[in-house]
Design a protein around this ligand. Structure first.
Ligand code: UDP
Ligand code: MG
Length: 328
């Protein structure tokens, strides 16, 4: 409504790119993204570059682009919130009929936009990139990713396609649904799967990073995996009862064995076995407590209802684009 009043049209496409210390790759990114957008949408697109608390020159580069290109809008978060929240911030500002999510490091080829668009025009709501090959990534990263997606597939009822990142084109209604989901621990690709409608994979070869290094070291990968599992499954909580039953049965067997050997005149010797048993049971109990803690901690953080992120600055040429309030 507001747009009609000031006479500025909604862009047809929003490109959302989370940026964290990507100074070396931003020029190449824009050089590849803009022609693709222009070829398909003319001038009717916006590129939202979300600076997730970069400590390098990323924000300076983003503002420079926002000042010369009317389609570019820079959104600077108040600190580093992590990939998924930076993405969320971008999605909340996206106003296009189509929303295209890209990584800043050019690992996802923007040239796939027309292919994905044709899927959406056929009636799909989401066309997600599915990696067929992953260049420039370590064996460990590939193996851990594969293990993670297999485990997730077992634990979660929702369809979360394997070998996908956040690289995808989504319809407006999916974006609106996503923005309406208030959760703090966000595993965006899973949330999109949860939303449903018709979704389709578009295979592609994942290229190596254009510049810089991955911002997902092992520690962050593990946290990401735990976020994904806990936000979509309570199966780990149920494991407590299973472990309880298993150890109960083991205890009964052991007791039976002790009884039989006592009746046949012997006693079971040694405190080593006893000590080992106590340690094992103690460790299982702590493990279960830890799993409970993981869920409880998340519930606690959710109940605070803090904003997911805080926007520090927004930079764009047109007054409309510069509005920082999400247009839901
Ligand atoms: N990213 C971010 N905040 C972070 C970490 C990463 O916004 O705390 C961005 C990063 O700039 C990139 C995307 O998220 O555009 C994916 O990160 P990265 O390429 O490091 O992950 P990988 O591709 O190695 O999984
Ligand atoms: Mg990357």
């Amino acid at each position: 409504m507001k747009d009609a009043v000031i006479g500025v049209k909604q862009p047809q496409l929003s490109v959302v790119v989370p940026v964290f210390n990507e100074e070396a790759g931003l020029d190449a990114l824009l050089a590849r993204v803009t022609p693709v957008c222009e070829a398909t949408f003319g001038k009717s697109y916006e590129i939202l570059l979300v600076d997730d608390g970069s400590t390098d020159r990323s924000w300076a580069i983003i503002t420079a682009y926002a000042d010369i290109l009317p389609q570019v809008k820079g959104i600077k978060l108040s600190r580093n919130y992590g990939h998924q929240l930076a993405l969320t911030a971008g999605l909340e500002h996206a106003r296009g009929d189509y929303v295209f999510i890209l990584d800043a490091d050019l690992q996802d080829p923007p040239e796939l936009l027309p292919t994905m668009l044709s899927k959406l025009r056929q009636g799909y709501d989401v066309a997600y990139g599915q990696r067929t090959a992953r260049a420039g990534e370590t064996k460990f990263k590939k193996a851990s990713a594969s293990l993670f997606y297999r485990m997730l597939g077992r634990l979660v009822d929702v369809e979360i396609p394997r070998d996908t990142g956040d690289f995808r084109l989504m319809s407006r209604r999916v974006t609106l649904q996503l923005n309406a989901m208030p959760e703090r621990y966000r595993f965006v690709r899973g949330m999109v799967g949860w939303i449903g409608f018709n979704q389709i994979a578009v295979p592609y070869d994942r290229e190596a990073r254009f510049a810089g290094e991955t911002h997902y070291p092992l520690r962050k990968m593990i946290r990401f995996a735990i976020d994904a599992i806990t936000s979509f499954s309570v199966v780990p909580l149920r494991c407590a009862s299973l472990l309880g039953i298993a150890f109960g049965v083991l205890g009964m067997v052991a007791l039976g064995w002790v009884g039989i050997s006592w009746l046949s005149g012997g006693t079971v010797t040694g405190w080593t076995s006893l000590a080992a048993l106590i340690l094992i049971i103690g460790s299982v109990q702590l493990l279960v407590l830890g799993v409970f803690g993981e869920y409880l901690g998340r519930m606690y953080m959710e109940t605070k209802r803090r904003p997911l992120f805080i926007v520090d600055q927004v930079r764009a040429q047109s007054a409309l684009l510069a509005q920082s309030l999400p247009l839901r």
